[in-house]
Design a protein around this ligand. Structure first.
Ligand code: FAD
Length: 519
């Protein structure tokens, strides 16, 4: 993954036509690009910021069918997602895990309701089930979740779902795209859709936002996979196009593990506002969320509202022996769901189906919006199939169902390094040769200097934020600690990537400003 080589690919191809141009480097766009690349189409993906900068690094980190969608009766969505959950756990074992959940129950009616509901969830998962659900009594529930408030508790329902690292999964897909002959570029913004004399889309004009250089990129097919930004691309195609996206903000907070003291997660099926709330162990911390707030403006850096943070703290406090306070929060992050707009009921975001939508405009813009991280592979398959059926590209079979992101059989001294995939052992070799590189970047973060160097050499980070937020999860695990490590990490990056002292200083300044959004 070398940005200069990849830009060279782009220059070499200037006079020829790409088969597929994908706009957007989140879960959806990366999935589509990998599907197209592994079918053998000459493919380029352009991301205006970093891979997974937007919604795809701000999820609840669940690979799940969605127990909530089952309650809403969306059985097709749940069945498809459960199947994809199974595939993702099989194909990306280095970034996914089987997570046990406990639903605390306070009435006998809830015992019945959730036991039956989760049996049905198990049934829908079929042979890709991750473990059977079952009822446990009050004592056993408190054994598993010692910090759950015991008052009125009747017991718990145990069930299993998947958990993952969303932005590292995105990086893993980007790396796989390049390994398989594709071109994926971060910091490349599409500004214009190119059209031929018949008004059909014939490519894109994009700007390398690092150099300011513009490129005309011709292609047989342009796919809009820009999530909440999809309407901006629709308007590039047709300035009068109607709004299709209703963004809804979801906020999470990250707490120290001492608030849960358990390897089991808690799922509260119905909070005061009718949503689901999760408290999930993640990299030694606890992720708690989420909210569902309709909003009007889309941005790459959404900001949590005070009432959203208060709601999460208040609700968590109702269930936990030690109610978390604002000062206990390590990180607050907000993400935007690209929900389909309902002009009749714009505020009703909770009821909107999370199923994806694929549309084709009269000028040939193929758009894929909505959906879930869990279903990214299937969404990609359907998108490329639609392009084939519409005659943009010749027919070739999808191969991603068995596409494995991890095939290493090298044993690691530190299991944690598995997140770096097949080449993780290289990091251990670096620290074996130079033990000083094994030093942590901050005592409250799990990452070493060797990891920072390895990432620079293999995963195309361009800014300090890329490193802190998405290659490592430092920002999300402990925003303040990541600020303390910023100077050292920026210096390692500048050294590895050949950036100047001025770059280093300006990155630290930018990063410290960014952190204020997360604490
Ligand atoms: C709070 C929350 C929790 C969630 N939890 C889960 C979960 O636990 N499990 C699950 O399966 N799903 C979850 N989801 C859903 C999942 O995160 C999203 O469905 C998925 O990340 C959307 O990916 P995307 O690629 O469509 O959008 P994005 O990740 O937003 O990517 C779109 C990309 O397009 C780029 N772009 C926009 N305009 C341009 C342009 N002009 N040129 C180039 N690039 C451009 C943007 O920079 C952006 O990176 C959650 C969503 C939210 C909001």
């Amino acid at each position: 993954m070398n940005r200069y080589t990849l830009i060279q690919n782009l220059k070499d191809y200037e006079s020829r036509q790409w088969d597929v141009i994908v706009i957007g480097g989140g879960a959806t766009g990366l999935g589509v690009a990998l599907d197209a690349i592994t079918r053998g189409y000459k493919t380029i993906l352009l991301e205006q910021s970093d891979f997974a900068k937007a919604t795809s690094s701000r999820s609840t980190k669940l690979v799940h069918g969605g127990v909530r969608y089952l309650a809403q009766g969306d059985i097709l969505l749940v069945t498809e997602a459960l199947h994809e959950r199974g595939l993702m756990l099989k194909n990306a074992p280095h970034l996914t895990a089987n997570q046990e959940f406990v639903i605390p129950v306070y009435t006998y009616w809830d015992v019945f309701l959730y036991t039956v509901g989760l049996k049905f969830y198990d049934l829908l998962a079929g042979r890709l089930s991750m473990g059977k659900s079952y009822f446990i009594n009050r004592d056993k529930a408190l054994d598993r979740l010692p910090l759950l408030k015991p008052e009125g508790l009747k017991g718990g329902i145990v069930y299993h779902d998947g958990q993952f690292d969303d932005s590292r999964m995105a990086v893993s897909i980007a790396v796989a795209c390049v390994k398989n002959g594709g071109t994926v570029l971060n910091y490349f913004r599409v500004n214009t859709l190119l059209k031929d004399d018949n008004g059909k889309i014939s490519g894109v004009q994009a700007m390398d936002t690092e150099s300011g250089k513009e490129y005309k990129i011709p292609g047989k097919l342009v796919i809009n996979a820009t999530g909440v930004f999809a309407d901006e691309i629709h308007r590039m195609d047709d300035p009068l196009s109607r709004q299709t996206i209703r963004p809804s903000q979801g906020v999470h907070i990250v707490l120290d593990s001492s608030f849960l003291q358990s390897s089991s997660a808690i799922m509260i099926p119905k909070t005061d506002d009718g949503r689901v709330l999760f408290a999930i162990p993640w990299y030694g911390k606890v992720v708690v969320g989420t909210t569902d707030t309709p909003i009007d403006t889309v941005t790459l850096e959404p900001k949590a509202l005070d009432e959203e943070i208060d709601f999460i703290l208040r609700t968590a406090g109702k269930y936990l022996v030690r109610p978390p306070k604002r000062k206990d929060v390590n990180c607050i992050f907000a993400g935007l769901r690209p929900l389909a707009a309902n002009p009749d009921k714009p505020e009703a975001t909770r009821e909107v189906s999370r199923r994806h939508k694929i549309t084709l405009s009269s000028s040939g813009l193929l758009s894929i919006i909505g959906g879930k991280w869990t279903s990214y592979r299937r969404m990609a398959e359907e998108t490329i199939d639609k392009a084939i059926n519409a005659g943009f590209i010749e027919k070739r079979k999808c191969v991603t169902m068995d596409f494995s992101f991890y095939s290493s059989n090298k044993s690691l001294r530190s299991e944690r390094l598995m997140i770096y995939g097949n080449h993780a052992a290289e990091i251990e070799e670096m620290t074996a040769e130079q033990p000083a590189l094994g030093e942590l970047i901050n005592e409250r973060l799990p990452y070493t200097q060797a990891e920072i160097i390895w990432i620079c050499r293999n995963e195309m980070p361009r800014t300090l934020e890329d490193m802190m937020a998405r290659r490592t999860r430092s920002l999300f695990l402990d925003a303040r600690a990541s600020g303390e490590a910023a100077l050292e990490v920026a210096s390692i990056m500048a050294n590895e990537l050949g950036f100047s002292k001025t770059w280093q200083e300006s990155e630290v300044l930018k990063y410290n400003n960014l952190i204020t959004n997360y604490i």
